[in-house]
Design a protein around this ligand. Structure first.
Ligand code: HDE
Length: 715
């Protein structure tokens, strides 16, 4: 609130003021009307600019300071507003007010991010994604600051700066941007075997999500729920996306990074603008205190997860993101998350990584947001009443009245802002803490490989192939041979076959588990896993497929057969898919039946990597033209190579002839040809409408990773 609000009815206000208040006058930051916003004040028409031009200085000074330091990690992100709604009261487990009443919608602000790239880096790089949720509850703000992977690289916060220094661009030339494929990262992690489990996730397709809307989220650490009787249980938080869990092909992710570095940011924004509100279910794994030992997994070790197969996830509510921010800077950039923002009923565990985070977030925000009052920025403000005696500091915006800024006092009422006597405020779970000071960790933290092996064993064949390819890609960009060797030697402790496959093409010796032993930080300690594999760790087949909002490219040129494709396009759009027409030029193209079709994109301003599936209508003239157009042929082949669903009608199949597909091959057989995810039909079948169902069934699988001989496809 400004100190004085001048009203037109004020005794002192002149008629001139009254007029100024009612029109949109351009002013300086002090409210002084600006006479000319295009010319600075000069000594004569051709003379120098005068220092006294406070209007110019007002503008330039503000401009010069418009950038604030970017987050040291998770600098690039995108965010949205929404709400969280509980399914049923959780009073048995927690006193948190927002987990009591299923009729209440708790407002949330959610920021997704990449971890390592700068603010201007690309969205689709290989990286862990941040998944940070601020719940504006009636008992203060609760931040669940998680990631899209359930484990982390290191076990103790004291290693975090080293990890980030190793992963960030190398300090000499600041290269490479937003990439793990360089020496310093692999040097560090190969010397920190505790990173191995997280490396498996980082090299998996989880690190190249198709969309923020199609990622799972995890609280990573173990927290505690505390009920009104002070009893607590351990809890792990999970977000499950309604649209399922999907990724890109690695080649595709790299191409998208060039063609649309804002791909994920745009995808989130567009979905919300179109009313397709992204949604997640919040689930918890609850583990009774005292029963954690029976799991055989140390809950305080952030390099470990608890498989759903051992402790099922209890769904507790849903989160919907339904409003885009009004201003990127004041909301997405200035939001300050902190795992230390807890509310009564939720508590920390003694995870040493979490404990370090409790210091780091507020500390980093002191410099990023310019002082101790960042909590008062609009996006960070609590929605419940806030009373305290903290005063002053940089950017203090509140006018605290009165002389009393302490408690207890007698000078005001003497009873300001005492505990309300009902909830007794935030209560820490009463732990016994009597031990010697030491710099050590539990021996159970020394098992670095058993869950990495469990993860590997749980992957489908295609997922395993992608992990091997990712390790090879990253390690082949490592110049120092010893680092490559050390890494595959470590991987031999996960799985010998994995390590051997990675080692080929790297110009090094076959992996030798024995030579990994004895290095810094390594202990030969592998826990007995209660599971051979855990299907919940794979991305395959775990979600009910929902294909709404997927993008389908319809490849056409003049003379395309609209009649046979009309029904397919209609049925796709009825299902919530977006069909976009891609043609050699913008404007309109003529159809075979003498109508026109509006074009959305050309082959030069978009490419297959911007779409989830491809539809190729028939039409002799259209197909002839597309077959002569290298970009159109490349479009179709590239979509095939990235394992996307493709549907070709009649002559349209000629665009795929180099892959060996033809209409005659298909005649009188089932619609779907033997290659997974390719649907071919003649005009009659298209008109009768069977193919839309086939095509959508192919899309429900998202990608057909089991296609073979992809390396031979020239795209
Ligand atoms: Fe963070 N992390 N982190 N982190 N982190 C930050 O906070 C830190 C860790 C995560 O959208 C910083 O305000 C330490 C784990 C997300 O604004 C910083 C340690 C997990 C975001 C910081 C960790 C995360 C951050 C950077 C090891 C998953 C972005 C600027 C002890 C559970 C939040 C800032 C947003 C951001 C420190 C490890 C997630 C420097 C010291 C584990 C999603 O304070």
């Amino acid at each position: 609130m400004p100190p004085l609000q001048r009203k037109t009815s004020d005794k002192n206000s002149s008629p001139a003021n009254a007029q100024l208040d009612t029109i949109n006058t351009l002013t300086t930051q002090q409210g002084v009307p600006i006479p000319d916003n295009h010319n600075s004040l000069k000594g004569g028409q051709c003379g120098p600019t005068l220092m006294e031009d406070f209007i110019l200085r007002d503008k330039l000074t503000h401009f010069d300071h418009e950038r604030i330091p970017e987050r040291v990690v998770h600098a690039r992100g995108a965010a949205a507003h929404g709400f969280f709604k509980l399914y049923k009261p959780l009073s048995q487990y927690t006193s948190a007010v927002f987990l009591q009443d299923p009729t209440i919608e708790t407002p949330v602000f959610v920021r997704f991010s990449t971890a390592i790239g700068s603010r201007g880096s690309a969205d689709t790089v290989r990286d862990v994604r941040g998944f940070a949720v601020k719940f504006y509850t009636q008992q203060g703000n609760y931040d669940l600051v998680g990631n899209n992977m359930p484990v982390y690289f290191v076990q103790d916060a004291i290693k975090f700066p080293d990890l980030v220094h190793a992963l960030k661009p190398e300090p000499v030339q600041e290269l490479p941007q937003a990439s793990s494929a360089h020496d310093t990262f692999w040097d560090f992690v190969s010397l920190m075997p505790e990173s191995t489990h997280m490396l498996m996730w980082l090299m998996s397709d989880r690190a190249i999500p198709r969309s923020y809307r199609m990622m799972e989220g995890f609280g990573v650490h173990t927290f505690r729920l505390v009920n009104p009787h002070g009893q607590s249980c351990y809890v792990k938080f999970h977000w499950k996306p309604k649209l399922g869990l999907h990724s890109m092909a690695w080649d595709e992710a790299q191409k998208v990074a060039g063609q649309d570095p804002d791909f994920h940011r745009r995808d989130l924004w567009d979905a919300i603008e179109c009313g397709h509100f992204p949604e997640w279910e919040l689930g918890v794994q609850l583990i009774d205190t005292g029963k954690e030992a029976a799991l055989g997994i140390d809950l305080l070790d952030a390099t470990k997860l608890v498989p759903e197969e051992l402790v099922p996830i209890l769904p507790i509510g849903r989160m919907v993101l339904n409003r885009n921010p009004d201003n990127f800077f004041t909301e997405t950039e200035q939001v300050a998350f902190n795992p230390g923002h807890l509310v009564p009923g939720i508590d920390f565990s003694n995870d040493p990584l979490l404990q370090g985070r409790l210091f780091s977030y507020a500390d980093s925000q002191l410099s990023r947001l310019g002082g101790p009052n960042a909590h008062a920025l609009p996006i960070n403000q609590a929605v419940c009443p806030v009373h305290h005696f903290q005063r002053d500091g940089m950017h203090q915006a509140k006018r605290h009245a009165g002389r009393v800024a302490y408690e207890p006092n007698m000078l005001a009422t003497g009873a300001e802002f005492r505990l309300d006597g009902v909830t007794q405020g935030f209560q820490s779970s009463p732990d016994m803490l009597e031990s010697v000071k030491l710099r050590q960790k539990s021996t159970s933290f020394e098992d670095h490989f058993s869950q990495a092996t469990l993860f590997w064993n749980s992957q489908s064949q295609a997922e395993k192939d992608h992990i091997v390819a990712a390790f090879r890609f990253d390690l082949s960009n490592v110049e120092t041979m010893e680092i490559r060797q050390r890494m595959v030697d470590n991987l031999a402790h996960v799985d010998m076959k994995l390590a051997s496959r990675v080692a080929t093409q790297l110009g090094i010796d076959l992996p030798n588990p024995a030579s990994a032993a004895g290095r810094l930080g390594y202990r030969q300690h592998k826990a007995e896993s209660r599971l051979q594999d855990a299907p919940s760790l794979s991305m395959v087949g775990r979600y009910k497929p929902d294909i709404s909002t997927r993008k389908v490219a319809v490849l056409v040129a003049g003379g395309m057969d609209m009649i046979s494709v009309r029904r397919v396009m209609q049925e796709l759009s009825d299902e919530g898919l977006q069909c976009k027409v891609v043609a050699p030029h913008l404007g309109h193209i003529g159809t075979a039946s003498g109508r026109t079709l509006t074009v959305d994109f050309t082959f030069s301003n978009t490419s297959s990597v911007m779409f989830d599936a491809v539809l190729i209508p028939g039409g002799i003239a259209s197909t002839d033209e597309l077959c002569r157009n290298g970009s159109a042929v490349h479009f179709a082949l590239e979509a095939y190579k990235h394992c996307k669903p493709i549907c070709a009608i009649n002559e349209g199949v000629r665009l795929l002839s180099s892959l060996g597909f033809s209409l005659s091959q298909h005649k009188n057989t089932a619609l779907t040809v033997p290659t997974p995810g390719v649907v071919i039909a003649d005009s009659q079948q298209a008109i009768e409408g069977q193919i839309s169902q086939e095509f959508m069934a192919a899309m429900r699988q998202h990608r057909h990773w089991d296609r073979v001989n992809l390396d031979s496809v020239p795209a």
